[in-house]
Design a binder for this molecule. Structure first.
Ligand code: PEP
Ligand code: MN
Length: 347
């Protein structure tokens, strides 16, 4: 829909606008209103270039598109019937809990194995563990290739599928060789379109799920959805959207909790939403509140940092990891909320 600055377009302006629209195989329909006329674009109006050319005209106020640019992610897409399964859970039908350490400590691999057994016992369905870590300073621990073996050993012992974060193509290749079940794109790479494309292609045929975190600096939900669109366009529809808090944080919280965007994401896409309360609030004492809020907002699952003995952990674990006993109680609570939510949705 083209909205002119003045009440109506002059004949010359109408010709110029019509020529642009037609060069993109669309046509124009004038809708004459009492206050002002508007001009509907008929045809595929998703071209960014067409919109930019129209909005570049001094006499055009703006172009509002009815068609969604995120056509693969959109609820109306064929993919809305696509079911994503992992760890015996069908997303949307049962609650998904991903849990495990922020960071695998290469000096203490047995801690991770212990954590893996404990989170399984607590009710987690997917095991998380950071092999490589995106750290704010280069002087902090960056991760260790050897930890992939620890993660695989934990998978073999517990039978839990595993999630690890990848930050570049080399790590992606190692993760694909290891046949990890889920790759995580962290908040720092959620806007790295080149990596998103590569991940979409690399995970195209092997059933790997992609947990896409929301960028620290993402604005509108549509920006988040567009990032996911890259992965799906690369060929992999097994994408989970993960709000994890945005910057700047609230006083006392690590980030600004954003589980509240869940209904907006669900309205606009078919993709499951799995909220990460750990990075959102950043302190173990607040995590259960944020996790329950996420389920109340309609999330399909949560991704929670948990460690057998947080004080012996590294990375985020000492501060924000739940002990497995707290995790267990929380999962029970989330399960009760989940059944309430389902009743509410059916009503
Ligand atoms: C993590 O999951 O440990 C992590 C670093 O996540 P994020 O990218 O959300 O900060
Ligand atoms: Mn972490």
């Amino acid at each position: 829909m083209i909205l002119p600055r003045e009440k109506t377009l002059s004949e010359d302006q109408l010709k110029e606008v019509t020529d642009i629209v037609e060069s993109f195989n669309c046509s124009l329909q004038t809708i004459i209103g009492t206050e002002r006329s508007i001009y509907a674009i008929l045809g595929d109006e998703t071209s960014e270039t067409m919109v930019n050319r129209l909005e570049g005209l001094a006499y055009i106020d703006r172009v509002d598109r009815i068609q969604n640019q995120n056509k693969l992610m959109h609820r109306s897409s064929e993919l809305s019937r696509h079911k994503i399964r992992i760890g015996g859970v069908t997303l949307g039908e049962e609650l998904l809990v991903i849990a495990g350490q922020c960071t695998v400590d290469p000096k203490n691999p047995n801690l991770f194995i212990e954590t893996a057994h404990a989170v399984k016992e607590a009710g987690a369905k997917v095991l998380r563990g950071g092999v490589w870590k995106p750290r704010t300073t280069p002087h902090s621990f960056q991760g260790d290739n050897r930890s992939i073996e620890t993660v695989l050993e934990a998978r073999a012992q517990t039978g839990l599928p595993v999630n690890i974060e990848v930050m570049d193509e080399d790590q992606l290749a190692i993760a694909m060789d290891a046949k990890v079940d889920m790759v995580q794109i962290g908040t720092r790479n959620a806007l790295n379109y080149s990596l998103l494309k590569k991940i979409g292609k690399a995970t195209k045929d092997n059933g790997t799920l992609v947990l896409l975190k929301r960028s620290l600096h993402m604005g509108k939900p549509s920006e988040f959805i567009s990032a996911a669109e890259y992965i799906v366009a690369g060929g992999n529809p097994n994408v989970l959207l993960c709000p994890r808090g945005t910057a700047p944080g609230l006083d006392g919280y690590r980030n600004h909790p954003d589980e509240s965007i869940t209904p907006l994401l669900k309205e606009q896409t078919w993709a499951p939403v799995v909220v990460d309360p750990s990075h959102s609030v950043g302190r173990a004492i607040y995590v259960p509140f944020c996790a329950t809020a996420a389920i109340a907002y309609g999330a399909d699952g949560v991704c929670i940092e948990s460690h057998i003995r947080p004080q012996e952990g590294i990375g985020d674990d000492p501060k924000q990891s739940l002990t497995p006993d707290v995790l267990k109680d929380l999962i029970v609570e989330l399960g009760s909320l989940w059944s309430l939510k389902n009743k509410f949705h059916r009503a």
